[in-house]
Design a protein around this ligand. Structure first.
Ligand code: R5P
Length: 293
């Protein structure tokens, strides 16, 4: 049983939704910044299982406060201290591509494994590592929002006539799972990325979207370059409209506006990371994992 759900002030809303789904109280984690930018982190002392809710987008400024909060909860007698990080940072850099590069995934996994007793996350963006239990030394639960996204697509398009599109091979698991929920067909593209904002995409049989709504599905949208390129291709292939459903929406306001300007009509994201496009709530999915395991 979860004794309490703790979060920093900027995640109070989704953390409270998780607390409500668990029938547990929400407790604030307060942070006082010293003039030299060090933090004094204070938790509400708790015994029993304490959940810390903390999406890890823009992680550099947040990680230290999070580690301090976990330590304070342990010191106060909480056990286990479970991190619910719907978005987990630094999962892409899983090898050193060039000599001298840090393997950020391994470093992050070590830090979090030392601080917490268990981690629950959603759709971690993995490339060569498929199972996070191989890099974390604590139990990790990997959930997926693909079925929830599929349900949202189905409910937003009651007339059918949609084709789901994954812009690249990495998106295949999400787009196929969402397509099973919608009971529609899907396409998966191929992508070559030459820089953060420069991608080339090919989608075989793209003419399958002719006269239909093309719904792009992905785990993460960051600069939006991938989705913008795919949207152009799909509209050129005759799609009547292009929409986007995504688990983790990391785009800045400017990049989100550019997505809309490229022709995306509806953008729906989960609340894994706070964003104006959040529609699909993850609280029940997360709560289910915390009470059943
Ligand atoms: C790639 O492997 C992912 O599935 C996303 O397509 C990618 O991270 C999106 O990045 P961006 O929005 O910057 O193109």
């Amino acid at each position: 049983m979860v004794a309490s759900v703790h979060s920093f002030a900027d995640h109070e809303e989704p953390a409270r939704r998780l607390a409500t789904a668990l029938d547990s109280p929400w407790r604030p984690i307060s942070v006082r910044r010293f003039p030299d930018d060090e933090s004094l982190v204070r938790v509400v002392p708790q015994k029993g299982m304490a959940v810390v809710y903390c999406p890890l987008d823009h992680p550099n400024g947040r990680l230290v406060d999070l580690l301090l909060a976990a330590s304070a909860l342990h010191d106060a007698g909480a056990l286990p201290v479970v991190l619910v990080a719907p978005y987990l940072c630094y999962m892409r850099q899983d090898v050193a591509f060039y000599p001298g590069e840090a393997v950020s995934q391994r470093v992050t996994a070590r830090l979090l494994s030392d601080a917490f007793d268990r981690i629950v996350t959603v759709d971690p963006h993995l490339h060569r590592t498929h199972d996070l239990t191989t890099v974390f030394s604590i139990p990790v639960t990997q959930l997926s929002a693909a079925t929830l996204l599929g349900a949202a697509i189905a409910s937003d398009n009651p007339e059918g006539e949609v084709v789901l599109v994954g812009p690249d091979e990495e998106s295949r698991p999400w787009v196929e799972a969402a397509a099973r929920t919608v009971a529609c067909s899907c396409l998966v593209g191929r992508k070559v990325r030459s820089s953060d904002r420069d991608v080339q995409i090919e989608i075989e049989r793209a003419d399958a979207v002719k006269g239909k709504i093309a719904v792009l599905v992905d785990d993460v949208v960051s600069t939006g370059s991938t989705v913008r390129k795919a949207t152009r291709l799909l509209l050129d292939a005759g799609a009547v409209r292009a929409d986007l459903y995504v688990t983790h929406m990391l785009s800045s306001d400017e990049d989100t506006a550019a997505l809309r300007a490229s022709g995306i009509v509806r953008i729906v994201s989960t609340d894994s990371v706070p964003h104006p496009t959040n529609v699909v709530r993850l609280a029940s999915l997360l709560a289910g994992a915390l009470v059943t395991e």
